[in-house]
Design a protein around this ligand. Structure first.
Ligand code: DSN
Length: 418
């Protein structure tokens, strides 16, 4: 490098703004001090953080590489071109757009590219594991589009593909969405493709939760089946907070125009560069091992909780997350989340399919292994964690004792080792 890197300097932050410096340090201490089991979170690498905390944040770069509305974009163009090339290669995609600020922004752009307000969309219902942007009335998707919702079968808790086909025949959606936030099993993309083809619908796969497992070759890819694949970059994929869209070449211009200028302004070029870094990391053999270990860990954690009398929804997991039904224990998801929090275990309450409780209380919890696997934990630690979760949920009085055991674990497998 011809010039010195002007990167994150914590001393300057501490001098300029001690209040925010304290927040940053406290959050690092929180990450290091407990178990992070939120299935949609991970611990991104120092290299990704360095790109995020760089001077690329300064640049206005509306448009795309070589076609910008501002001068001086020749350097940031390189970051986006490198990132696009890496995304296309890693996922075998014909087109990639790295500019969406988030998963919701990416999904908004896909709707904008392929649909008009009032068009019909068929997507998984939120209470059965879908996402707000898949047709919830409180999001643009449910307010501006006509949404038909499929779910999981009550007996198997697996996606009811017969229901998907029947609803598609009856409602003739213009777009079908698959992908979920709380579905632990693999999705049959070929079945969705066949249903979409039968009714002439676009197939959008929201791969936010599992794209990191796809990147590591640990589960099948939706790319050969979908017209468009949207995702966030910060979950298993372990990149910066943000979104991305992959598409067939014939949809490239529509997707790009829907991101900018239709729904976003200037791209966050520091985030685009950080996404490129994450894609490079995800193309390594070490990352492929990581992705496989994330699943192995989730399976042991889910099995360990089952052995403790906590029922895994859908009988277990093929992915990075498990959804647990707490009704046998007579503890709500809300109380379980609080009890685990008191024991330094961070996880979230979650609706289970056919949940008798409202979402703010819920009957389940969701656990995921991306972060603890990044910390180097394996199956042995997952067995121990299953026991700690079960005890924390059952016995609020044991919180301090459990927190001591958690502290021993995270001292051995630290987040962001010093
Ligand atoms: N908030 C994410 C999750 O936790 O699954 C989805 O957007």
């Amino acid at each position: 490098m011809s010039t010195p890197f002007w990167g994150p300097d914590f001393g300057q932050l501490a001098d300029t703004d001690p209040e925010i410096a304290e927040v940053v340090l406290d959050e690092l201490a929180r990450l290091r001090g407990g178990l992070q089991l939120i299935a949609s979170e991970n611990l991104t690498s120092p290299a990704v953080l360095a790109a995020l905390g760089s001077t690329l944040s300064n640049k206005y770069a509306e448009g795309y590489p070589g076609r910008r509305y501002y001068g001086g974009c020749e350097v940031v163009d390189r970051a986006e071109e490198i990132g696009i090339a890496r995304a296309k290669e890693l996922f075998g995609a014909e087109h990639a757009n790295l500019q969406p600020h988030s998963g919701a922004s990416a999904n908004f752009a896909v709707y904008a590219a392929l649909l008009n307000p009032g068009d019909t969309v068929l997507a998984m219902s939120l209470p059965h594991g879908g996402h707000l942007t898949h047709g919830s009335k409180v999001s643009f998707s449910g307010k501006w589009f006509d949404v038909a919702a499929y779910g999981v079968r009550e007996d198997t808790e697996l996606i009811d593909y017969d229901q998907v086909r029947e609803l598609a025949r009856e409602r003739r959606p213009k777009m079908i969405i698959c992908g979920a936030t709380a579905y632990p099993r693999l999705i049959d993309f070929a079945a969705f493709r066949s249903i979409a083809d039968e009714v002439g619908a676009w197939l959008m796969v929201d791969a936010a939760h599992f794209i990191g497992l796809v990147a590591g070759g640990a589960i099948p890819s939706p790319v050969p089946y979908a017209d468009v694949v949207s995702f966030t970059t910060h979950k298993v994929l372990r990149g910066p907070r943000g979104g991305m869209i992959l598409a067939r070449e014939e949809l490239a211009a529509r997707i790009d125009k829907a991101v900018f200028p239709f729904s976003q302004g200037g791209p966050l070029m520091h985030a685009v560069a950080a996404k490129a870094v994450a894609l490079r990391e995800a193309a390594t053999p070490a990352y492929a091992r990581y992705a496989r270990q994330v699943i192995a860990n989730a399976q042991v954690l889910s099995g360990g909780l089952a052995a403790e009398g906590i029922r895994p929804v859908a009988g277990g997991t093929d992915t990075h997350l498990a959804l647990l039904d707490l009704r046998e224990l007579d503890v709500s998801g809300r109380d379980a989340e609080a009890r685990c929090g008191a024991a330094s275990i961070t996880l979230n309450k979650n609706a289970i399919p056919y949940d008798p409780q409202p979402p703010a209380i819920s009957s389940g919890i969701r656990v995921g292994t991306p972060a603890v696997t990044t910390q180097g934990m394996g199956e042995g630690e997952m067995k121990e964690i299953a026991g700690l979760i079960a005890r924390a949920v059952r016995d609020p009085a044991a919180a301090a004792e459990i927190a001591t055991a958690v502290s021993a674990l995270v001292t051995k497998y630290p987040a962001y080792p010093r």
